[in-house]
Design a protein around this ligand. Structure first.
Ligand code: IPM
Ligand code: MG
Length: 359
């Protein structure tokens, strides 16, 4: 059976980093006989330029038909003045929602070689290994009604709706408890239950679910405190589960603890294990086209894809070990560079990983 992978390079540094990740995918495909077939399509600003919209029908059809998607990043200043409904980001949100990719896994782990690249003191972050489980297809990102309206007094008002139904909370909760079972068995649910009813329900449902997972120690934290604790004492966390918007914010903060968001992969899963895999970082238009972006988050996203969607855990381990080995050898892109290391371009970093995989 062929394993179909769809590649969506996207915008900004997306095409540069994805090119390196695809080389890795092609190499392990032939080395380990994975039967992967790789196709490509347009998403985001690249799709707007070519077709007028961020999520062309052809891309959606391919996304539905494939088994897993590898995405670069979308967006950039070129498209920022467009109407919200046709911006590049809308293409990404459209795929997440259409494919039902509700479960977003964002690991934040520190490679010991990079302890000095973190903006926090090395002892606060050394050994850091957190998993953020972010709900990805609901909450305020998708709630209706939404828009900008004009009130009777002529003043304009922007509005969005923060909603979560019980079933949405249960399914993300289960994914989080299952994830905690495979790790340190500690789950912290992050909400704002002191103010928002929607998260009062969230908290209640997490409590109910915890009865099914007696081995997992469940705790709750308000999101403002969670933001503070992530910076104060990040190693207290094992798995964090939270809604779409809080997860968006906290995962960027958690990423930075590891020295660079350029190191962090992510998986967005549906209920059957189909997934979209992408680096946690964005399209970084400020450095696009210069060949200096860090491709490791995207390469690590390939590892997550092979593990979660295809069950090729050994190949995933090989890729992760190869990344660790290039860090041991001192290769560093600009974002993780510290004195005395070998400054590498995007392409050199990719090549170093390929060499490690061939060794
Ligand atoms: C992310 C990004 C997206 C989000 C944007 C690009 C729509 O920030 O994946 O974290 O907010 O979900
Ligand atoms: Mg984000």
């Amino acid at each position: 059976m062929t394993n179909n992978v769809l590649v969506l390079p996207g915008d900004g540094i997306g095409p540069e980093i994805v090119a390196q990740a695809v080389k890795v995918l092609e190499l392990v495909n032939s080395q380990d006989n994975l039967d992967l077939s790789i196709d490509e399509a347009l998403l985001g600003g690249a799709a707007i330029d070519a077709t007028g919209g961020p999520l062309p029908e052809e891309t959606m059809a391919k996304a539905k038909a494939c088994d897993a998607i590898l995405l670069g990043a979308v967006g950039g200043p070129k498209w920022e003045s467009l109407d919200m409904a046709i911006r590049p980001e809308r293409g990404l949100l459209g795929i997440r929602s259409e494919l039902g990719l509700f479960g977003n896994l964002r690991p934040a782990m520190l490679y010991s070689q990079l302890a000095d690249a973190s903006s926090l003191k090395a002892d606060l972050v050394s050994g850091l290994d957190i998993l953020i489980v972010r709900e990805l297809t609901g909450g305020i990102y998708f709630g209706q009604p939404r828009g900008i309206r004009t009130l009777e007094n002529g003043e304009r008002q922007g509005y969005n709706t923060y909603v979560y139904s019980e079933s949405e909370i249960v399914r993300i909760g289960r994914l989080a408890f299952e994830s905690a079972m495979k790790r340190g068995k500690r789950l912290c649910s992050v909400d704002k239950a002191n103010v928002l009813e929607v998260t009062e329900l969230w908290r209640e449902i997490m409590e109910d679910l915890s009865k099914e997972y007696p081995e997992v120690e469940l705790s709750h934290m308000y999101v403002d405190n969670a933001a503070m604790q992530l910076i104060r004492a990040p190693k207290q966390f094992d798995v964090i589960v939270t809604g779409n918007m809080f997860g968006d914010i906290l995962s960027d903060a958690a990423a930075m603890l590891t020295g660079s968001i350029g190191m962090l992969p992510s998986a967005s899963l549906d209920k059957n294990g189909k997934g979209m895999y992408e680096p946690c970082h964005g399209s970084a238009p400020d450095i696009a086209g210069q060949g200096i972006a860090n491709p490791l988050a995207t390469i690590l996203s390939v590892a997550m894809m092979l593990r979660y969607t295809f069950g090729f855990g050994e190949t995933a381990d090989r890729i992760e070990n190869a990344v660790s080995s290039v860090l041991d050898q001192g290769y560093r892109t600009g974002d993780i560079y510290t004195d005395g290391m070998k400054k590498a371009s995007t392409g050199e970093m990719g090549e170093a990983v390929l060499t490690a995989l061939r060794a």
